[in-house]
Design a protein around this ligand. Structure first.
Ligand SMILES: [Mg+2]
Length: 286
């Protein structure tokens, strides 16, 4: 097979690694044995100043519905609460997404289209304590304009909307880490955001759970940020057990770490949408 899912628009859709090429061939040969895992922000939805306005890129939901008719499992794996991803995503009730799942808060929460039910364990006690202390901490650093996002089981401290986002982010790292530690939380750095959450789960755990449930022989995972690194590493480890894995990096100027692990690089949610559509086209033809 040589051209695979290359589209007329661009050649970047072809994996640049032998592992990636093998995995793409495996997807086309055995779609029912394939798990497609997708990060939300920066991958399916553009990153915007107001996180509550991050709607999925046009074309994504339609492409996923088409893919859902072929692939064994599609799952969104996100740091967002499931309810937020559901309302911003518009995945509910879409033809082809009858067996989709959303693993929210790094896999602590879950929604399954097949039952329509959401499982949401109560938030860890430390979140409320950290939330109480954050305003004073931010004020002491002159950064009271930083946006604190309430995420149920986690808190996000955003510096994107400040005059010097990167400088503010760096100034906050240590004091926020100390605050988190006092409340038995950990800090997950993202793009101009520090997220405080409980220990214990990451996107790698979420991917391993999905693989164990589905028995997937091929895993495609797309992400854009440091929070996706454990998922990338989980897929890389699965390759060592004979599974095929395709790592797609939704490129951004703000984060370069995932690039060297990826088999395929696309430029943000717009190209992710194009790539998903091209993959659906290829599966329709296969
Ligand atoms: Mg992301």
């Amino acid at each position: 097979m040589e051209t695979m899912v290359t589209t007329s628009r661009t050649h970047v859709h072809e994996p640049r690694t032998a592992e990636g090429v093998r995995a793409l061939e495996a997807v086309l040969a055995d779609p029912a044995g394939t798990l497609l895992g997708l990060d939300f922000d920066g991958t399916l939805a553009p990153i915007v100043d107001d996180p509550s306005a991050a709607h999925v890129q046009p074309g994504v939901v339609h492409a996923l519905g088409r893919l859902g008719r072929h692939l064994g499992k599609i799952a969104v794996v996100t740091g967002r609460p499931v309810r937020t991803a559901l309302s911003l995503g518009g995945f509910e009730g879409v033809d082809g997404l009858e067996t989709m799942s959303i693993l929210g808060q790094y896999g602590v929460e879950r929604w399954d289209a097949v039952t329509g039910e959401i499982s949401e364990p109560p938030p860890p006690a430390g979140v409320a304590g950290a939330e109480d202390e954050l305003p004073d901490l931010l004020q002491s650093l002159g950064l009271e304009a930083a946006l604190v996002e309430h995420k149920g089981r986690a808190l996000g401290v955003h510096t994107r909307q400040l005059p010097e986002p990167r400088k503010a982010f760096e100034a906050l790292r240590e004091p926020v880490a100390a605050l988190a530690a006092r409340h038995d939380l950990v800090v997950e750095p993202g793009k101009n955001v520090l997220e405080l959450r409980a220990h214990g789960t990451d996107k790698g755990d979420a991917v391993r759970t999905l693989v164990a449930e589905t028995g997937a022989r091929t895993v495609v995972y797309a992400g854009d940020d440091l929070g996706d690194l454990p998922a990338f590493e989980a897929v890389a480890a699965l390759r060592g057990t004979g599974a095929a894995g395709l790592l797609v990096y939704s490129h951004s100027s703000e984060e370069e770490t995932l690039g060297h692990l990826a088999d395929l690089e696309v430029t943000g949610p717009d190209e992710v949408a194009g790539w998903l559509t091209a993959l659906a086209d290829a599966l329709d033809r296969a």
